[in-house]
Design a protein around this ligand. Structure first.
Ligand SMILES: Cc1cc2nc3c(=O)[nH]c(=O)nc-3n(C[C@H](O)[C@H](O)[C@H](O)COP(=O)(O)O)c2cc1C
Length: 367
């Protein structure tokens, strides 16, 4: 019997009507070309998953400097923009909505993964030393020491986010999600262990929040606040971010500023289901309370409809994002609705090129 839960009910997200409250979480899949151009196979992948109320794309590089990983797509030239168009058209044809996640990786990068002439930049010259960066050419490599961004580079990087978001709209996206989570450039500014600056972009909470707010404002001014969301990961430790004493205060102030900008949503990451430290429920409540005018997307560790619906019913969030379940269940909404068991994703093919583990997961009624 089909379940009739709040999760499957329509919702107005700013100017958008979403047919349900299930969001496909942004997931890097590294199936673009070596030149970071989207492919037909990517269009098939997203089309297969267009039953989501809202799709948020994999992280997309706003500029050559923002390309951290091999074969991730970009939106820094018109060839890339035009190659995204068939993707947004397919989603809209199926009555879906799609946002592009703008991901500047900052220090989480390697020259071998980047276009010629690109620079590895970050708030401070602090390298990530705990892990290695994968490259297609030479396998895992040490992370480099990033160059400290000058104030001029900070301004030009903000402009890159603006140009990228305008191109995303030209490509037919319904909006963009600024990636402020998971240890990439924006979170490198937020966190004191990766931001040791002593100018107006470092030191105090106000200064460490400045870059995130300036990027969000510039993007919202360029394409509209009702088309601009942001992803944040308070208490996250991905890519070498360290937990510190001021997180609650910092994210409260950040949320107030983002609320003042009238952003469409805040997408809160909780990766504790992936083995990272717990994200206190209180910080999620605080963000929800302070983000008075916009929506909250919750993500991380949802594997069934009831758990997701419970968070909606208890007003902990407005939408629920599913990540890994969408990789292996293209018809995830249908399965959740009809209580059909979920297939497990194959981790070995998360980032490999080719169709395997990407567009070959069957729908429930194709098995
Ligand atoms: C293969 C893979 C790639 C991911 N890439 C991104 C990304 O590009 N941007 C991002 O914000 N999060 C990324 N994530 C995190 C997911 O969006 C999500 O937060 C995480 O998988 C936890 O949700 P889940 O338990 O539903 O999978 C990625 C996760 C996976 C498994």
């Amino acid at each position: 019997m089909t379940k009739s839960l709040k999760l499957f009910k329509e919702i107005e997200l700013g100017p958008l009507s979403l047919r349900n409250r299930v969001v496909m979480a942004p997931m890097t899949r590294s199936r673009a070309t070596a030149e970071h151009v989207p492919t037909d196979m990517m269009a098939t992948y997203y089309e297969q998953r267009s039953g989501a109320g809202l799709i948020i794309t994999e992280g997309v590089a706003p500029s050559p400097n923002g390309v951290g990983y091999p074969r991730i797509p970009g939106i820094y030239n018109n060839e890339q923009r035009d190659a995204w168009k068939p993707i947004t058209e397919k989603i809209h044809k199926n009555a879906g909505k799609i946002f592009m996640q703008l991901m500047h990786t900052g220090r989480i990068s390697h020259k071998l993964n980047m276009p010629d002439g690109a620079k590895i930049i970050a708030p401070s010259p602090v390298p990530f030393t705990d892990e290695k960066m994968y490259t297609d050419q030479e396998g895992p490599q040490d992370y480099p020491v990033p160059e400290k961004m000058t104030e001029t580079e900070i301004q030009s990087t903000i402009q890159e986010f603006v140009d990228a978001s305008k191109r995303a709209i030209q490509a037919g996206f319904d909006g963009v999600e600024v990636h402020g989570a998971n240890g990439y450039l924006i979170e490198q500014f937020l966190a004191p262990n990766t931001n040791t600056r002593d100018d107006k972009y470092g030191g105090s909470i106000e200064n460490r929040n400045r870059f995130a707010i300036e990027v969000s404002k510039a993007v919202a001014d360029a394409i509209g606040n009702e088309k601009t969301g942001i992803r944040l990961s308070p208490y996250g430790v991905f890519s070498g971010i360290e937990i510190h004493d001021e997180i609650d205060k910092q994210y409260t102030e950040l949320t107030d500023a983002l609320n003042d900008l009238g952003l469409l949503y805040i997408h809160i990451v909780d990766h504790s289901a992936m083995g990272t430290p717990e994200v206190p429920a209180s910080i999620k409540e605080t963000i929800k309370d302070h983000f008075k005018d916009g929506a909250i997307i919750l993500s991380g560790g949802y594997n069934n409809a009831e758990e997701a619906n419970d968070d909606l019913e208890n007003d902990r969030g407005d939408l629920i994002a599913f990540g890994r379940p969408f990789i292996s269940n293209p018809d995830l909404v249908y399965r959740l609705k009809n209580d059909i068991s979920l297939a497990e994703p194959d981790q070995d093919t998360f980032y490999t090129p080719g169709a395997e583990g990407y567009v070959d997961y069957p729908k429930a009624d194709e098995k």
